[in-house]
Ligand binder design. Structure first.
Ligand SMILES: NC(=O)c1ccc[n+]([C@@H]2O[C@H](COP(=O)([O-])OP(=O)(O)OC[C@H]3O[C@@H](n4cnc5c(N)ncnc54)[C@H](O)[C@@H]3O)[C@@H](O)[C@H]2O)c1
Length: 336
């Protein structure tokens, strides 16, 4: 039996716990949560599994082989390092850590300990992203290389309607840029198979004036010449919008949260989108990596590269200069 411990049981933990429990030969065996009533309720709902207030105690349990980390962002690296030090595999929510340097620390520790780290970039397991990635690579569709993309995601800042205090504090990893910029950067990298080489960005808090970002506008240059403009607003008043349009050499590809369409001859034609149980697929990949050496699509190094792009964008916003991602990664000791 592959025993899974969940660290932090707020909004996101249930989807992971359900996915782990549904996997053959897997069970959620313990939980760590600083909010005692919340931790006890989660434990009770799973047959009275043990609850711990300190995640280090959960990591020390011999029946825990892997942990799922769903605590606020500033605790990702400390929790991951504690789990790795105890010899446990890690599935950590995104972003992997607050800085690229912390991501390197996690990646190096995991390599030394011989454990696997997967980052919860769950768009690798959604139907539209998988269909879009396949379409860009399809010889039959022959869209040609992507030339440019517009990636737009606007949503109410207060969706969900109540945000926990850490989300309103950038020092704790809160704000829309770490929360959703990590998805946008990851999706562009995963869908195109290209790496971001440089970033120019303006990121701030024009809508709410909180100590956390609510707006980001970034221009990303990728390693094979493709460029993407990313626009993300946590609006005060507006409408939700979620759409990426790739302009390729021989056609367009439009991707929304449920549809993928090829644009040619002045019209769009929908492509089939596979039905994917996202969190189950993500957990199955992690389980296979831990137990049978399977490949991870978002290992710690990938998560570190996403965080380096987020960091490069923040630096660009502060300095007004275009920032090379390789410089951020070098300073973070990645690749050492
Ligand atoms: N993949 C996705 O679509 C998605 C969606 C939302 C959130 N997330 C990620 O999930 C993570 C958690 O976000 P959330 O919205 O669930 O936050 P949340 O605030 O709802 O939940 C976090 C939980 O961690 C607990 N916690 C805090 N400190 C702890 C500690 N030291 N030990 C144990 N528990 C502790 C809190 O009490 C809370 O219950 C974040 O990293 C976020 O980026 C991912």
């Amino acid at each position: 039996m592959f025993g899974v411990g969940i660290i932090g049981v707020g909004r996101t933990a249930n989807a992971h716990a359900r996915a782990a429990a549904a996997q053959p030969d897997c069970a959620v065996v313990a939980v760590a949560e600083i909010d005692e009533p919340r931790g006890r309720e989660f434990a009770q709902a799973r047959g009275g599994i043990p609850w711990h207030s300190d995640f280090r105690d959960l990591c020390a349990r011999p029946d825990v082989h892997a942990v799922v980390i769903t605590v606020p962002n500033f605790l990702h690296a400390p929790a991951a390092l504690a789990a790795i030090a105890a010899g446990k595999h890690v599935l950590c929510e995104k972003p992997l850590a607050l800085t690229a340097a912390e991501c390197t620390e996690v990646a190096v520790a995991a390599r030394r300990a011989g454990v696997r780290v997967s980052v919860g970039h769950h768009y690798h397991h959604t139907g539209p992203t998988l269909a879009a990635r396949a379409a860009l690579a399809s010889a039959e569709l022959d869209l040609g290389p992507p030339v440019m993309a517009m990636d737009v995601w606007h949503k109410s800042f207060y969706d969900p309607p109540r945000r926990p205090p850490w989300f309103l504090d950038a020092a704790k990893g809160g704000g829309m840029w770490p929360m959703n910029g990590s998805h946008m950067v990851d999706r562009l990298m995963f869908t195109t198979g290209q790496r971001v080489v440089s970033v120019r960005a303006r990121i701030g808090n024009p809508f709410w004036g909180l100590a956390a970002t609510d707006a980001a506008h970034a221009f990303l240059t990728f390693d094979r010449g493709f460029t993407a403009a990313v626009a993300h607003a946590g609006w005060r008043d507006g409408v939700n919008r979620f759409e990426t349009e790739f302009v390729c050499a021989r056609g367009f590809l439009r991707v929304t949260d449920r549809e993928v369409a090829v644009g040619r001859g002045r019209a769009y034609e929908a492509l089939p989108v596979p039905a994917v149980d996202t969190f189950s697929s993500q957990f199955a990949e992690f389980h296979a990596a831990c137990t049978a050496g399977g490949r991870l699509s978002a290992p710690a190094e990938w998560g570190g590269e996403v965080v380096a792009v987020l960091e490069a964008a923040e630096e660009s916003s502060r300095t007004g200069a275009e920032v090379a991602v390789a410089d951020v990664l070098r300073r973070a000791g990645a690749g050492d």
